[in-house]
Design a protein around this ligand. Structure first.
Ligand code: TA6
Length: 307
């Protein structure tokens, strides 16, 4: 399988396939400005390291790497639902525990690298969600990590689908983190009976946080201590999830180190809650998240807007 992938989609010294953890196949992208890794399992981005800026994504040292479990950390794809609509359904849908196929790789002149993976409906997915679909995940690796999740409705009926690029960002120390860009928005507090609450100012984290922010089309910034900030831009999404499990929930998750909450925060580009999208037959809906590390202070370069 690895030899076939390298023969068909490898690009000399830029894109190669190998067996990763748990002998799961993964792609390694060696761009001029950054390196990244994507597992075919769940089309799961597990690493993005821009040269000179360190790893941008958080990965659990205790993650499973099994075909029947999601990888913990990186960017799990939650689709076609967010959360668990019924107890018999897998949390966050089935995309993140499915085997995706590589459909394309490209080396751009700018000089980013791109890989596209696809998941289409099968007997297994139709057991869980009786709809035909074609899901494509495009990952573009350069100065930025850009991810585009597109759903084509290949059926005859409209599809209602939620989605999340459930991104785990690595931070130096959660005590110094400030999340900006959500001021004045309201959020659903999943830890307080799904109450609607207002966000005043920047978000700091000193307890478990599990919130779905609504009407949030704009960029969000994670101020990560004195070192760097992470600019997150998006399109096709009006909801943003912020999650940190804090002490008790970290300890309760077998695939999550007890102190993992100190060096991670999830800021997720989603179609969640009332931002669920109806996709008409033959139509496509795409959510895009583009993330970049910048110096802690000083202007982000508007000329290089990342979307
Ligand atoms: O996005 C936040 C959240 O919905 C939390 O409620 C928590 O469950 C997290 O996702 C992780 O879910 P997982 O199924 O990956 O353990």
């Amino acid at each position: 399988m690895i030899d076939d992938l390298n023969l068909q989609f490898g690009i000399d010294k830029k894109i190669a396939f190998t067996l990763g953890n748990g002998d799961l196949p993964k792609a390694i992208l060696l761009a001029e400005d950054a390196t990244a890794e994507i597992y075919l399992h769940g089309a799961h981005v597990s690493s993005f390291h821009r040269h000179g800026w360190g790893e941008m994504l958080w990965m659990s040292d205790e993650s499973n790497f099994r075909t029947d479990r999601p990888i913990r950390g990186g960017v799990p794809i939650c689709w076609p639902w967010f959360g668990q609509p019924q107890p018999e359904l897998p949390q966050h849908g089935f995309a993140r525990t499915s085997q995706w196929e590589v459909i394309e790789t490209k080396a751009h002149a700018d000089p980013s690298l791109e890989i596209a993976l696809r998941l289409t409906d099968s007997e297994a997915t139709r057991q869980l969600w009786p709809h035909p679909f074609e899901l494509t995940m495009r990952v573009i690796v350069g100065r930025d990590l850009t991810m585009q999740l597109s759903c084509l409705n290949t059926g005859e009926e409209p599809l209602d689908a939620e989605a999340a690029l459930h991104t785990y960002f690595h931070v130096q120390d959660i005590d110094a983190v400030r999340v900006a860009g959500l001021d004045g928005r309201s959020y659903i507090d999943k830890l307080d009976a799904m109450q609607g609450k207002p966000q005043a100012g920047e978000l700091t984290i000193d307890r478990e946080v599990d919130r779905i922010y609504l009407e949030t089309p704009d960029a969000v910034t994670i101020h990560d201590g004195a070192e760097r900030r992470i600019e997150i831009q998006k399109s096709g999404s009006l909801s943003t999830v912020v999650w940190n499990p804090w002490i008790d929930k970290s300890a309760a998750m077998a695939d999550f180190p007890n102190d993992g909450y100190r060096t991670m925060v999830c800021v997720e580009t989603t179609n969640a809650a009332d931002d669920v999208r109806t996709i008409q037959p033959g139509e496509v809906h795409t959510i895009t998240q583009s993330c970049r590390c910048e110096p802690a202070t000083g202007p982000a370069d508007p000329a290089e807007a990342i979307l």
